[in-house]
Write a protein that binds this ligand. Structure first.
Ligand code: CTP
Ligand code: CA
Ligand code: CA
Length: 415
């Protein structure tokens, strides 16, 4: 098997997930421009999820609901529930468990967030190929599949709509697979992987009512990238041969793990914008600039090659909650800080107890983080301590002690 093409890896991501959850609860919202917003007090609330119908009007995440209504007067607004004075995401977490449960019937999965999961399909693909009577794959097995980079060398068929174009590309690619040497062709493996993912996505919709998109390729980075290429309700195969063209105009920040600091530092250090431009540097150059781990990783990555394994894990690694306050004056006294720490601790206690019951595990460490308004980092400050008991009062006292050093007013004062 060719280098970098040994595995079949897929990433499945739910389409506008929180919106779909709300639409299932209230079917009147289905097929309409719709958003999920949290809190109502300021400008109708902040939008955290947007249906594809609403995106057509230019509505985006982080807009205020009132502003979004100016773009789309018929916009339906579903509200996130509140408890302990803060947003309560329980519904979405429970819906996530339903989805993960269906996916796990098909493959060993790595839950990557509330609405997405990676899976290594290499073994399942080999098994399916063994079971296949003919190695020919028909387009009707891949009804919602795009193949990135296909159709190739097309004369511009302006008249083709998106699905005709998709079908043409798929057929062209499948025809090219007929010359694959037996069962040992990387691209044939991707095609069979795509069939498995079509089946998995149908099962998810059948059992939960939720639709999703997926990417199928040889590693996690390419699978994640592919997933976003033809949303919603579609899946995209990304053969390694289509990577150079795709990367030639792909901003570095669009790649998994390069969205933040590392991506910015690459762009600044090397003076390049697109992923493809990284191929001009030698492995030694990249190693000198970015270190012996990151350098070689980048050298492979800009060629579409990556080896991070899919780790079998269905449960979140940590359980956490947070609340934002608009400006420092919102949280000015010790009593206020104590009050909100207690509310957060109450939610934690509930969720920790539930997790212990459902999953038979016990958390041992408590991390307390604070982000000061304006700071771009996830945390301005973060410390941890032992978590001996699931007890909101104790968690409140311990967290207050941890963040006390941040108080510049001094202990004797109320402020
Ligand atoms: N989410 C959030 N805040 C963020 C990112 C995500 O609250 N900064 C929530 C969203 O509300 C969303 C879910 O996590 O419904 C999944 O996020 P994501 O997959 O990025 O977006 P979707 O809303 O699912 O939309 P898409 O169809 O583009 O995947
Ligand atoms: Ca999603
Ligand atoms: Ca996601």
């Amino acid at each position: 098997m060719d280098f970098g093409k040994e595995r079949v890896v897929a990433l499945v991501d739910m389409d506008c997930f929180y919106v779909q959850v709300e639409q299932r609860i209230n079917p009147e919202l289905k097929n309409k421009p719709c958003v999920v917003a949290q809190y109502k007090t300021w400008k109708g609330g902040g939008i955290i999820a947007v249906s594809y119908e609403a995106r057509a009007y230019g509505v985006t995440r982080n807009m205020w609901a009132d502003d979004a209504k100016k773009l789309c007067p018929d916009l339906q607004v579903a509200r996130v529930r509140e408890s302990h004075g803060k947003a309560d995401l329980t519904h979405y977490r429970e819906a996530s468990v339903e989805v993960i449960e269906v996916m796990s019937r098909f493959a060993v999965i790595e839950r990557a967030s509330i609405d997405e999961a990676y899976m290594d399909l290499t073994a399942s693909v080999q098994q399916r190929i063994k079971d296949m009577t003919a190695l020919e794959i028909k387009p009707h097995h891949l009804k919602s599949t795009y193949v990135q980079g296909f159709p190739q060398n097309q004369e511009t068929h302006a008249a083709l709509d998106k699905d005709e174009e998709r079908a043409r590309g798929l057929k062209q690619w499948l025809d090219s697979l007929l010359s694959c040497p037996q069962a040992n062709c990387a691209e044939l493996n991707l095609a069979v992987g795509a069939i498995l993912v079509e089946e998995m996505r149908s099962a998810v919709e059948e059992h939960t009512g939720f639709r999703c998109s997926a990417g199928i390729s040889h590693n996690k980075v390419l699978a994640k990238l592919a997933c976003g290429l033809n949303k919603p309700n579609r899946q995209t195969v990304l053969p390694l041969g289509s990577v150079p063209q795709l990367f030639s105009s792909l901003p570095i920040g669009k790649i998994r793990n390069l969205g933040g600091k590392l991506g910015t530092s690459i762009t600044e250090t090397l003076g390049v914008e697109n992923m493809g431009e990284l191929t001009q540097f030698t492995k030694v150059q990249l190693e000198q600039l970015f270190g012996e781990k990151t350098g070689p990783w980048l050298y492979d990555l800009c060629r579409g090659i990556e080896f991070e394994p899919v780790k079998p894990r269905q449960l979140p690694k940590s359980i956490g909650c947070s609340k934002n306050f608009a400006g420092k004056t919102c949280l000015a006294t010790k009593e206020q800080v104590q009050h909100w720490l207690h509310q957060l601790a109450l939610e934690l206690e509930e969720r920790l107890n539930k997790d212990r019951e459902m999953n038979g595990r016990v958390a041992k460490q408590l991390t307390v983080g604070v982000r000061i308004a304006g700071d771009k980092r996830a945390n301005s400050f973060s410390r941890c301590c032992a978590l001996a008991r699931y007890d909101a009062a104790k968690i409140t006292v311990d967290s207050l002690a941890i963040i006390k050093s941040l108080n510049t007013a001094g202990n004797h004062q109320e402020a």
